[in-house]
Each structure stands twice: as C-alpha cells, then as structure tokens.
Design a binder for this molecule. Structure first.
Ligand code: FES
Length: 178
C-alpha cells in the first residue's frame, strides 16, 4: 500500500476563530447541538482549548460550565493538543480478544509514552478507542487516516517507522491490512 500524507493533522490554530465561526453559524441557535458542535470544533482544532470552549459558550449561548462539563464528561473529547499522528488502538471486544492490550503496550513501549500522552517531538499521540467497525481485521490501530489490521506486537515497530520521518515523508512500503 502506498502511504500518502493523509494525516488529518492540519488543525487550525486556536487563535484563528474563523473555523469556529463557520461551525457555530451552521448550528445557529439550535439547542441540544452542543455535542456535535464540540465534535466539529475538535475536528477543526484537534482538541478543545479553553479559549475555544469559552468562545463556544459566548457565541452559541451556553454557560462555560456547561461546555466544560460536556467536554470533560465524554471520553471522545480531548482538552490537550495532539501530535502530528493520532494513534487509535481499538479495544473493542474483538480487538481485545485478539490482543489489543499487547498492541497498546508495544506502541507505548516503542514511543516511550503512556496512553493519552504525546511524544515530546509532538509526532504521535496514543489513544484507546472502542470498536472501529473493522472487527474482521482485529486487532487494529489507526495511525492518522491509515488503518493497520491483524497486528502483532512484533509488527508495531515497522508500522511506526512509516510515520517517523519528517512530515509527509512516510516510507512507501506497506505491510499491514488496510
Ligand atoms: S473490536 Fe476492534 S474493530 Fe471492532
């Protein structure tokens, strides 16, 4: 498989409020839209900075405590910036049975970080997620926009190596199921 730079990491700077304005405009004064609004804001900025949450509260008519409460309640929301590549290791039932814990352990070991952390060079962030909908390929992990399936702990080093170079310079050699 040819790896191209499909990294979804071209996030907006939190000082640039234009993406947020567009998102809020789309939802207007629709109440009950806080969760999708936060999801889109996270997609745009990579995480929910306090500044972004305060702007959402101000512009969409919520109390900051409401916005913060939702953002901290749901595990899907991140309050800290992520690295260039977000690594999501699936821990759904099929992946768990197929050894997801060993996959997370090996990724953490290779990168020298724990789950939820980002490498000091801001290259990788490691997260656990629930079923990604590709159970036949268990255990799987997603790196940026690429899915790697039927993983073994021994294959992790090679997978990570594809992404370890300068931005957008992944090796073209593929090794795992897509
Ligand atoms: S359990 Fe991992 S993809 Fe479904």
């Amino acid at each position: 498989m040819e790896h191209e730079c499909t990294c979804s990491t071209k996030f907006a700077d939190v000082d640039d409020l234009r993406p947020l304005e567009e998102i809020i405009e789309r939802y207007g004064s629709e109440k009950g839209a806080l969760i999708p609004l936060l999801q889109e804001a996270q997609d745009a900025y990579g995480y929910l900075d306090e500044k972004i949450m305060r702007e959402i509260a101000k512009r969409a008519g919520y109390q900051f405590s409401q916005v913060f409460g939702v953002a901290t309640f749901f595990a899907q929301f991140r309050l800290k910036p992520i690295g260039e590549y977000l690594i999501k290791v699936c821990h759904g039932t099929a992946c768990h049975v197929a050894g997801a814990t060993q996959i997370t352990d090996e990724v953490a070991n290779q990168l020298g970080i724990k789950e939820g952390e980002t490498t000091p060079d801001n290259k990788f962030t490691l997260e656990s997620v629930m079923c990604l909908g590709a159970c036949a390929l268990a255990p799987i992990m997603v790196v940026g926009d690429d899915t790697h399936g039927k993983l073994k702990p021994t294959s992790i080093k090679k997978v990570l190596k594809h992404y370890a170079g300068p931005s957008g310079s992944q090796a073209s050699e593929g090794d795992d199921a897509e």
